[in-house]
Design a protein around this ligand. Structure first.
Ligand SMILES: Cc1cc2nc3c(=O)[nH]c(=O)nc-3n(C[C@H](O)[C@H](O)[C@H](O)COP(=O)(O)OP(=O)(O)OC[C@H]3O[C@@H](n4cnc5c(N)ncnc54)[C@H](O)[C@@H]3O)c2cc1C
Length: 382
């Protein structure tokens, strides 16, 4: 039986119920259609805001709903469990990686200008770090921003950008200085800025309802006023942001796996073979026991690290451990879920088929499994 993490309060319970209600009404009835169409309606952003769920974890001063990462995790978990469309939930959540650098390093004027419209659901925000030439080596990015009076002239490309096709503002990592991590700045590049184009909507294995874009900047003139933080200091906020992103991704994995497990339990009770429900086979029950045990372990680690983060602890190593633990668990659970469903598990109309594809992103996105291990090696001191 799934239990909420031990640190959660009555406030989390109310939030969970609210998210469940929203997902049941506004997402679940359309989940399959939106995933197949590779798009969900833009109106869902203001609807989520109206329900008080878009700004969970953001300061009230800028239109957020207050709370911390543990609240954001609880809300996202329920949206996935009840909404049954991972692509929609991750699309709705792209501001979760785009806004934190602005809130951490932006001026008061920048925070007031960029954050509230996004948390009201009027504007969509995306984060652009990865480039066609590489994503793991963040310090090696090549998109160049050259200062010309009160603008930067930006040239380069970004790829795999979640919500990039319809984003109104893109928090973008650019090279303003010399090579390495010391030469990187963050610019907010707005839709409609001449020279900024969405060059491609990418087709992908999973997360279909979310859009993923390749972006091109050609002599794109971005006001210096859109630079977040001092010039050449963008690397630190990128790294700080990663810990939160990785914990949110770990939380997604827990929710996806829980959904795949729940589907499998239901199916195993209903499906019959050799004259009895397949649940009667001990080997199958043991599969389910392994699945639920691993989910419990990943959920416990993820929520503990989230609480540590909310208390102000630096958690890059623990966040990397939580992400790897959760992604391995989710890949295992979704694979087992397909197996339990037999041939139906391979069919598009069965949810586990889609979850299996969705799960494959997690050891890649937000820093690969191998890069997580590199971080763990560093924080362990070897
Ligand atoms: C659906 C999706 C959504 C995404 N959304 C966003 C987004 O919104 N914003 C954004 O900026 N990015 C986004 N990404 C990009 C994602 O973060 C990158 O794909 C990821 O960081 C890996 O970068 P890469 O694809 O360039 O792989 P590479 O860096 O080319 O790595 C290729 C392989 O080499 C391995 N490798 C690389 N370096 C090392 C090393 N030092 N040691 C050991 N192994 C190594 C990697 O682990 C991997 O297995 C998204 C990606 C996907 C697929």
């Amino acid at each position: 039986m799934q239990q909420p993490p031990i640190h959660e309060t009555a406030e989390h319970a109310v939030l969970r119920e609210n998210a469940r209600r929203f997902a049941r009404t506004h997402i679940a009835p359309h989940a399959h259609a939106w995933e197949e169409a590779c798009e969900f309606p833009r109106e869902l952003y203001p609807q989520l805001a109206e329900a008080g769920l878009l700004g969970v974890g953001y300061p009230e001063t800028y239109g957020g709903g207050g709370g911390d990462l543990s609240h954001a995790l609880a809300s996202a978990e329920e949206l996935i469990l009840e909404g049954r469309s991972v692509g929609t939930v991750v699309g709705l959540g792209s501001h979760g990686i785009a806004l934190p650098p602005i809130l951490a390093c932006g001026t008061e004027a920048q925070k007031r200008r960029f954050v509230p419209p996004v948390l009201r659901g009027e504007k969509i925000a995306a984060l652009a770090i990865t480039e066609p030439g590489g994503g793991s080596d963040v310090a090696g990015i090549t998109t160049k921003a050259v200062r010309d009076g009160d603008v930067y002239i930006v040239n380069g490309a970004k790829t795999f950008i979640t919500s990039g096709c319809r984003a109104d503002l893109v928090t973008t990592a650019v090279r303003t200085g010399g090579p390495g991590h010391g030469g990187i700045s963050m610019l907010v590049i707005e839709r409609g800025t001449p020279g900024f184009t969405v060059s491609k909507k990418l087709q992908k294995m999973g997360w279909w309802a979310s859009d993923t874009a390749e972006l091109t900047f050609e002599d794109c003139r971005v006001p210096v006023a859109n630079r977040i933080g001092a010039e050449d200091t963008g690397f630190a906020p990128i790294m700080m942001n990663f810990a939160v992103e990785r914990l949110m991704l770990a939380g997604n994995c827990v929710a996806i796996a829980q959904l795949a497990y729940d589907e499998s339990v239901t199916y195993a009770r209903e499906r019959r073979a050799f004259g009895k429900p397949i649940m009667a086979f001990q080997v199958l029950r043991h599969k389910l026991a392994d699945m639920v045990s691993r989910i419990a372990a990943a959920r416990a680690l993820t929520s503990e690290v989230a609480v540590r983060h909310a208390r102000g602890e630096q958690v890059p190593g623990l966040a990397a451990m939580a992400k790897n633990t959760a992604t391995d668990m989710c890949s295992f659970v979704c694979d087992q879920a397909v197996q339990i469903h037999g041939g139906y598990g391979y069919m598009r109309e069965y949810l586990v088929e889609r979850l299996y594809r969705d799960a494959r992103l997690y050891p890649i996105g937000g820093g690969t499994r191998e890069i997580m291990n590199e971080i763990i090696c560093k924080t362990e001191g070897y």
